[in-house]
Design a protein around this ligand. Sequence first.
Ligand SMILES: C[S@@+](CC[C@H](N)C(=O)[O-])C[C@H]1O[C@@H](n2cnc3c(N)ncnc32)[C@H](O)[C@@H]1O
Length: 351
Amino acid sequence: MNILNKLSPQFKEFLQEEGIDEEIFLFEQTLRYVRIKPDYQITFEQLQQQVSFSMQPIHEIPKLYSLPANQKINNLQLYKNGHLYGIDKSSAAVVYSLDINKDDINVLEICCAPGAKLTFIADLLRVETEKDGIQRKVFGVDISQNRLNITQSIVNKYKLEKYVELILQDGTKYKNQIQFDKVLIDAECTHEGSIKHLKKYIQKPMHEQNSKKQQKNNKASKKQLQKNYTNTYTTEQTKANEWTEEDFNSRFLDQKKLQQIYDLQFSLLENGYKLLKQNGILIYSTCSFSQKQNEDQIIKFLEQNNDAILVHPFYGMQEQQCKSGQIFNTVRFDPKVSNTGGMFIAKIKKL
Ligand SMILES: C[S@@+](CC[C@H](N)C(=O)[O-])C[C@H]1O[C@@H](n2cnc3c(N)ncnc32)[C@H](O)[C@@H]1O
């Protein structure tokens, strides 16, 4: 489906303003991805025997596999037993770029919900702890109670409670005495990289998006939010997988809201960096294609922080997996090139 023809001229204006190539939206993702718990012993042949469809290992990221995009995983025994997770390859690459290893004791993820990356980090920490008995933890901060509830249920399902601490807070204000070994800021963004969501939005007739019940829900959660966190942009007013017309317009067409997102991203980056220890690594990622939300934020941040340097997120990923961002040492998972949802990744080291 050519979704470009269905999107408003204002949305196209947004793409132009943000330096986003329209062509990206013509791409149809044909694969989805799953990962197996790092210490679950199963060979590729055994795995293939347990499922009725074809899987392919993604060699760069251990225990990550591709499968056809329309393949359901909920009825797989491996999924029900908590050995298999659904995660996009670009999201798995964000965690891979953190390079979690035995020296990482405390890790922080700001904007952690619903927890695809957080649970991956927790799994990797658990493996190290089970080797040497040293307790490790990932602290997950998010501003949305609803989304943190989902995160908690995933953490419980995969029995990761000992390795995760969830915190309901504005990530721009979060403080802790701990200086973290690694910090991930998977920043709130316009999410237009999520073509799946864009498609859902334009496929739904307008009256369905604006049902009375939904409008009521939106109003209620908005009120709750304003009570707790004023002047903060969040996705709280929409349910996890739904985009209302109001939400869509405010993401892309409202200049004031856009500016709030840019400001929020930069403040999250600044606060995350404050909480990072010397020689620590911070990853900044978004699922937007926008230069303003990605490269421009990094350039501004480096200009203001002399002790921060950009390092390549991971070596060895081939060009067909991801391509360079607009500045040296950043990468972009462009859906067309990588058969993933969109993702930008920058890796910053604190000297
Ligand atoms: C891209 S999603 C994160 C996805 C998540 N990292 C994962 O991999 O499952 C962005 C998240 O940022 C959260 N958020 C928005 N504003 C925030 C703020 N000021 N502080 C903390 N979290 C915020 C949203 O509630 C949302 O859960």
